[in-house]
Design a protein around this ligand. Sequence first.
Ligand code: FES
Length: 71
Amino acid sequence: MYLCLCKGISDADVRQAARAGHTTAEALIAVLGLRDEECCGNCVDNIEDFVRIAETVTAEREDDLLVSIAS
Ligand code: FES
């Protein structure tokens, strides 16, 4: 699913950024270049969708950690 048409950023790109530690709105805007000069910036209005997707990666990591602790 594309979240940013200007840059062709998909949910997979957001998850990849989250795995690299970029999970806040500000961090995602910066690392994905959503305010670059050539961008329209419209997707920034939906940055909370980006954050929610990034948070799924954090939740998956926590689940993995709990499984490894329990085993
Ligand atoms: S749609 Fe993301 S910067 Fe234009």
